[in-house]
Design a protein around this ligand. Sequence first.
Ligand code: BEZ
Length: 208
Amino acid sequence: MGLRIGDIAPDFSIETTQGPINFHQWSAGSWVFFFSHPADFTPVCTTEMGRTAQLAPEFAKRNVKPLGLSTDSVAEHMRWINDVNLSQNTSLEFPIVADKDKKIAELYDMIHPGESSTAAVRSVFIIDPSHRIRLTMTYPMVVGRNFDEIIRVIDALQTTDAQEVACPADWRPGQPVIIRPSVSDADAKEKFPQGWKALTAYLRLTNL
Ligand code: BEZ
């Protein structure tokens, strides 16, 4: 069975483009955007690596470390990073796991044999500072991920960790949030003194 939301992200030690890492030590105290790719020197993956590099300040602002993975060697990754930097006009600074024997891809259930028996699909794991998996997404090989959504969901998770709220469909930072149904109106008066608008008894919108 694959990994689920709420599971502790399995630990591992592996070579990366920035030297060997132990995953739990490397990520201690940070959120992680861990994402896999079918292969180096492929076009969609090149755009995704470039986009992640371009978004470095956005990830840093949110205390998120990106960690890429594909099932190629460090030497191949290093040559590919040159292509990424030149073609995507960026400077890729985050580590990419060299998972040549597919150990980590198998540990994280990134190989989906119906799509490919040899390459990883486009898996995403958002992992919190206590190493707990908070979101998983899986994209097919021929469709690049939506990085606006990745940033949006990190913002939503961090918002809902900070207060007893939930985020409605298509929520963006600054928009109203939902007071969780587990919070009574009496408690909500104390926790949300700014008040709320009740669309139904269980759908109470407030601004943070
Ligand atoms: C790509 O990254 O462009 C790609 C990888 C595997 C299959 C198809 C496309």
